[in-house]
Ligand binder design. Sequence first.
Ligand code: ZN
Length: 137
Amino acid sequence: MKTYLKELRVTTKRKMEVLKITEQVNQVIKESGINDGIVTIYVPHATATVIVNEFEPRIINDYVEWIRRNIPADAGWEHDEIDNNAYAHIASAILGPGKVIPLHKGRLMLGTWQEIMLLELDGPRNFRTVVVQIIGS
Ligand code: ZN
């Protein structure tokens, strides 16, 4: 059993943004030399999240729009007294900070239309960290 961990740095350019990171995660898997196990993709942030789904221009707008409609930024949240980003904390808390994906024969077991994405909820940020940890053999 081996473990391998790498911290990826990602820059975001908009308040809310969806960035595909599948290629960077696959690069870490290659570096690790691990072929079978589990891959955790995790963000140590309170206002960003990792999602796994289709990366297509209209649906990535829809992910952001769903959050805007369902967790309005101007709903008078208590935390907004501090730094005006309660909606981003709530969305991050609901969606969770990471995902676990099985690794088999050197390949992530993603479906045809599944990509790994960082969902920025309170950007832009110069540095977002994505932790990729692989455990296996
Ligand atoms: Zn805050």
